[in-house]
Design a binder for this molecule. Structure first.
Ligand code: NAG
Ligand code: NAG
Ligand code: NAG
Ligand code: NAG
Length: 334
């Protein structure tokens, strides 16, 4: 941000802080550098310290990489687009490449994470990010896609993605937080999972573990019929606030669960996978499924219930603008 722009924003801020009607203030975009914290909306609104927006809607050189029909070749594949080597991406994310087999040999591959042209009629974007899972007829294996945050230190957040899932039965697409543990009982994980074998309006929301030593914990997981379908572009949102997980679709609360809500700092992940196991099911040979994402937004690390005027003079919101990723001013204190 160049100096003159900063001054302009400061002037805008001064003017709008005198405007009384909430709507007038709410709709006004603000230079993100002037936001001291972010207030989320919904049923468990909280204040958060940081904001990041990943925009996949206009990335250069989109292409759908042909599958690599070889297990080791898949595991060791390079990234498919220069964007994945850019600081915008690598500062926050790492594309996974590791073997995680079930009944079917499954490897996460960088070749299954790519930027694709949006060929929808009247497309809302030029491109989007695709996470693909594919059942290779040659070599009888599955390759899958996963991106994981570099930092394992997100503690409380509101994460959103504008996405859709499509393709063959036998895949899971997911947005989740994860913190490993010494035993399966110690894992802390909050999942939004779409199974392509389910009806296209059903989503599984879970505070893991849902199974410990072969015994299920039914309160950990809820299967919810969402309004509309997950095959269409939707904003999927997960809010992790102290003691509570809340999931939203297009700004509407669809599920909340206090049972086993995560406590300690965690990683953030997105994936699309299949391993022939009982959860994902088995994908037919030669078939694939994709989660396509236009943008990801992270609002994270909450402050203690703030003394707003001491710690956060300019409270911003990502929930009131007309454009995703652009904050607007909620209130401005001394
Ligand atoms: C990185 O992000 C900035 C700010 O959003 C944007 O202007 C720039 O084009 C991005 N670079 C790439 C390689 O995507
Ligand atoms: C969140 O805040 C904690 C405490 O200040 C910090 O250690 C951690 O690195 C932050 N996480 C991220 C992703 O910046
Ligand atoms: C699980 O949910 C049921 C029904 O809401 C409730 O009665 C029970 O106390 C819950 N169990 C635990 C361990 O939270
Ligand atoms: C919260 O903001 C989202 C946009 O992020 C919007 O779709 C939703 O309607 C808002 N919900 C409420 C209760 O204001």
């Amino acid at each position: 941000m160049i100096a003159s722009q900063t001054h302009l924003w400061a002037a805008v801020l001064t003017v709008i802080s005198f405007l009384a009607p909430q709507q007038a203030v709410a709709q006004t975009p603000i230079n993100p550098a002037l936001c001291h914290c972010y207030l989320t909306n919904g049923t468990a609104p909280r204040y958060f310290t940081n904001h990041k927006f990943f925009d996949f809607r206009n990335i250069a050189n989109p292409r759908v990489p042909p599958p690599i029909n070889n297990r080791d070749g898949s595991t060791n594949a390079p990234v498919t687009n220069a964007y994945f080597n850019s600081a915008n991406f690598t500062n926050t994310w790492s594309i996974q490449s590791w073997v995680d087999s079930g009944a079917i040999y499954n490897t996460y591959s960088k070749n299954d994470v790519y930027i694709e042209s949006n060929t929808d009629p009247n497309p809302a974007s030029r491109t989007y990010l695709t996470l693909r899972t594919y059942r290779h007829p040659a070599g009888n294996f599955q390759s899958s896609a996963e991106i994981q945050s570099i930092s394992p230190n997100y503690q409380f957040l509101s994460m959103r993605m504008y996405s859709r899932t499509r393709g063959a039965s036998g895949a899971v697409s997911a947005m989740f937080t994860y913190r490993g543990g010494a035993t399966e009982a110690d894992v802390q994980e909050a999942d939004m999972e779409i199974l392509t074998s389910d009806p296209n309006n059903e989503i599984h929301y879970t505070n893991q573990p849902s199974m410990v030593s072969g015994e299920s914990r039914p309160n950990a997981t809820h299967e919810i019929a969402i309004p509309g379908t997950w095959t269409a572009w939707r904003t999927h949102r997960y809010d992790w606030t102290p003691g509570l997980s809340s999931w939203y679709v297009d700004g509407r609360l669809v599920n909340s669960n206090a049972f086993q809500a995560p406590v300690d700092p965690a990683n953030i992940l997105f994936n699309t996978w299949s391993d022939g196991g009982s959860w994902s099911g088995t994908m037919a040979s030669g078939q694939s499924a994709q989660m396509q994402i236009q943008w990801i937004e992270l609002i994270y690390n909450n402050t203690a219930e703030p003394s707003r005027f001491a710690h956060c003079a300019n409270v911003c919101s990502l929930d009131r603008g007309t454009q995703p990723g652009v904050p607007s001013l909620v209130s401005s204190g001394p």
